[in-house]
Ligand binder design. Structure first.
Ligand code: 26A
Length: 345
């Protein structure tokens, strides 16, 4: 029986998204790529962007943070009380908004609270079908491993049937990720990660390589796979080759590893370490551009759908299908959100 036991425990950076539409001018002003995700520190001179967009656009505030989005989306397909999320927030209004959004959708927020640092935020600059994300992590990067030893989190991790950590968390949270990964290994529980953004396999290769051996499921997209190829000396054009490399990366578990690479509107690739020569390809339902509100969170919704379906005991074929449905639903909504009242998927 699934449900009631917080079967999924996810961990990441809780962020409040500040979404601006038709943001071409801001992209240009700060010299940002139309489709990217960066940390504010990676681009000196960008610090004023949050004040700037607040003045210049009608900002839509939404719960964000990639792994938190995925956990909410997994909850969408699961019975009540199936998902819990770990991350660090400040003691402020932004954190209240995040808790309220999670509560509304049934995701349990097991937050660590940092009294002296504001909750993180993410400027989401929408231009047509693209989105550029500029993140100030704030309290999110103050997450400390001792939160994992609180009685609440100990209990959650003991009961978990599936773990998921956002690759984004590796910019600061390697130690905590490895603690969770080791708990998963001890209990023979699936442990999954998302590559999150090209800069993770590019600049945080060492951290990623330390976590990969614990994973039973790795999800990423084509540009992240390409960045992985570049930092691991592979041919970035050969996506199947990259997926194979990830699948065959050292493993400490006794389970096969599944690698899923999405490619936007193009087919999704799935490769399993126990049958690496049998790559599976799943077509994606085409969405006409008039039905696309924005693509912010589509990848997270896909991942959430896959996790939810796997926790329900569905096959990988079915899980990818659920992921695709949630991805499509998300791009028809503003920001990383799904349709309510719930639709059957
Ligand atoms: C460390 N960084 C850069 C990040 C993020 C992030 N979530 C965690 N860490 N940068 C952007 N996001 C989130 O990604 C979602 C879209 O996939 C945004 O908050 C947005 O909701």
């Amino acid at each position: 029986m699934v449900g009631g036991n917080y079967e999924l425990v996810a961990m990441g950076n809780p962020l409040l998204d500040m979404q601006a539409r038709n943001a071409e001018a801001t992209l240009k002003k700060y010299d940002l790529k139309a489709n990217d995700a960066i940390l504010i520190e990676q681009k000196p001179g960008t610090e004023a962007i949050y004040d700037d967009i607040t003045k210049e656009y009608d900002i839509h505030y939404l719960a964000g943070g990639a792994a938190q989005n995925s956990a909410r989306c997994a909850q969408y397909v699961l019975p009540p009380k199936s998902t819990a999320y770990l991350g660090s927030v400040g003691e402020d209004d932004l954190a209240k908004q995040l808790r309220a959004a999670n509560e509304k959708e049934g995701l349990h927020s097991a937050y660590q609270v940092n009294k002296t640092t504001p909750t993180g935020c993410c400027a989401v600059l929408i231009t047509g079908e693209h989105r550029s994300l500029v993140t100030r992590l704030g309290a999110a990067e103050k997450f400390t491993p001792d939160h994992l030893s609180t009685s609440e989190v100990e209990k959650l991790t003991q009961n978990a049937k599936f773990f998921y950590v956002g690759g984004f968390f590796l910019t600061h949270g390697l130690e905590s990720t490895l603690i969770l990964a080791k708990r998963a290994l001890e209990r023979q529980t699936p442990f999954s990660i998302n590559l999150s953004a090209p800069f993770i396999p590019q600049f945080f290769k060492d951290q990623l390589d330390q976590v990969l051996p614990y994973t039973t499921l790795v999800i990423g997209n084509e540009s992240e796979a390409e960045a992985y190829a570049a930092s691991h000396g592979l041919d970035g054009k050969d996506l199947v080759g990259v997926a194979k490399h990830i699948a065959q990366f050292e493993s400490k578990t006794n389970k096969p590893r599944t690698v899923i690479i999405t490619q936007g509107a193009e087919e999704t690739l799935v490769l399993q370490s126990d049958k690496v020569d049998n790559v599976k390809r799943y077509p994606v339902q085409k969405v006409s551009s008039d039905k696309i509100v924005d693509t912010n969170g589509a990848g997270d919704a896909f991942a959430g759908g896959v996790l939810g379906a796997l926790i329900l005991g569905k096959s990988i074929d079915e899980a990818v299908e659920v992921g695709h449905k949630l991805g499509v639903m998300c791009i028809g909504q503003s920001g990383p959100s799904l349709k309510f009242p719930k639709e059957n998927v």
